[in-house]
Design a binder for this molecule. Structure first.
Ligand code: FES
Length: 130
């Protein structure tokens, strides 16, 4: 039987990502995490959106709010909470309404603890131990 134990894992070289940018890191077993540096602090979340799992690496960062590039859901990197749902455009043919935006819910992002050392950036992720 497998158990899951949280362990600290190095996911990026020291000083990465640069201020205001995001990048991917990788946990043991190949799971990617998204790293973002805001005002000198690194945040780590799951790498894919809480809506339809679109990769968040090209998302727009505004402070600690990350906007998904696909449907513009917004997530607070400090908690992983979805602060704005996806904005899905729709078109109604043959009506005067024409088009609109449907706002739906997104799941929150999983967040990870982060610690920076002289040899790199570490996150505390879960790996299976047999
Ligand atoms: S996949 Fe991110 S908002 Fe839809």
């Amino acid at each position: 039987m497998q158990s899951v134990t949280p362990t600290w894992q190095r996911v990026a070289p020291p000083g990465q990502p640069s201020e205001g940018l995001t990048q991917y890191g990788e946990l043991a077993g190949g799971r990617r995490v998204l790293l973002a540096r805001v005002q000198g602090k690194v945040y780590a979340t799951q790498a894919n959106c809480g809506h339809m799992r679109f990769p968040l690496g090209d998302g727009k960062l505004d402070g600690t709010i990350l906007t998904c590039p696909l449907h513009k859901a917004q997530f607070d990197l400090t908690t992983g909470a979805a602060v704005k749902g996806p904005q899905i455009p729709f078109l109604i043919k043959g009506t005067k309404m024409g088009r609109g935006i449907l706002s739906v819910a997104a799941d929150p992002l999983q967040t990870y603890e982060v610690d920076e050392h002289t040899d790199g950036v570490y996150v505390r992720g879960r790996v299976a131990v047999q």
